[in-house]
Design a protein around this ligand. Structure first.
Ligand SMILES: C[S@@+](CC[C@H](N)C(=O)[O-])C[C@H]1O[C@@H](n2cnc3c(N)ncnc32)[C@H](O)[C@@H]1O
Length: 218
């Protein structure tokens, strides 16, 4: 009889142990699922805005300007003042460098992480009062109010942007294109070589050229 009892309690212990082990295993499974799921969501939230531009009709990826490129932009704007906008402002380096030279500088950027980082960097470098960064699609914003416009775009977008800026900008504005020139406008100046090249376009020049073109088409 006592042998039978001993056997029964051994079986019970084994079953309890198995049930306990099973529930620990279940808990570990849930924790692992949460960790993997949470990591994937976090990865998507961080990487998504960097990948999204590649999925748009015009793919304009995040490629920051080189320091020589930034210097060249400042060089061709050295006798200018007032407002400046960087179209697709990335991590804010052009906006911040321009603010340090006295411009009221603004950046429009689709990627919210880059906008938050730009705001932080502007604050850290002491130019947060003369800079603003907006999470916006460049095609949905008017640039009419800016007297200095900087863009580091891609060739596929330059014709459409030329059209947009040609209609929006005031006669006194100046446009600086980094790395890729505009297809139809004739530059007033250019500085730098290769990937650091920048082209300067005065609105006075491209708007009077547009008027001549219109008159000859009639
Ligand atoms: C070539 S990077 C230039 C970054 C910055 N201007 C510089 O020179 O360092 C182009 C930037 O435009 C942003 N971008 C892409 N599509 C955009 C859109 N539709 N509206 C606003 N920004 C956009 C990208 O996220 C990227 O940061």
């Amino acid at each position: 009889m006592s042998n039978y009892n001993a056997h029964e309690s051994a079986v019970e212990e084994t079953i309890n142990g198995a049930v306990k082990g099973n529930s620990i295993g279940k808990r570990l499974g849930i924790i692992a699922t949460c960790v993997v799921g949470g990591s994937l969501v976090a990865l998507y939230a961080v990487a998504g805005p960097f990948v999204a531009p590649a999925l748009r009709k015009i793919c304009l990826p995040y490629v920051p300007a080189t320091s020589v490129q930034v210097e060249n932009v400042l060089k061709v704007l050295r006798y200018r003042s007032g407002s400046l906008v960087d179209i697709g402002s990335g991590d804010g380096r052009i906006v911040i460098a321009a603010a340090k030279k006295g411009f009221r500088a603004v950046g429009f950027e689709l990627n919210p992480w880059l906008v938050w980082y730009s705001r932080y960097k502007a604050w850290r470098e002491g130019v947060h009062h003369s800079t603003s960064f907006y999470i916006s699609d460049l095609w949905k914003v008017s640039f009419a109010q800016y007297s200095n416009v900087v863009v580091f775009g891609v060739p596929q977008m330059m014709e459409q942007l030329e059209d947009k800026l040609g209609k929006e900008l005031q006669n006194s504005a100046r446009v600086v294109a980094c790395r890729f020139p505009f297809p139809s406008w004739v530059p007033d100046d250019s500085v730098g070589e290769g990937i650091d090249s920048v082209w300067v376009y005065n609105a006075k020049t491209f708007q009077s050229q547009a008027q001549i073109n219109q008159a000859t088409e009639k």
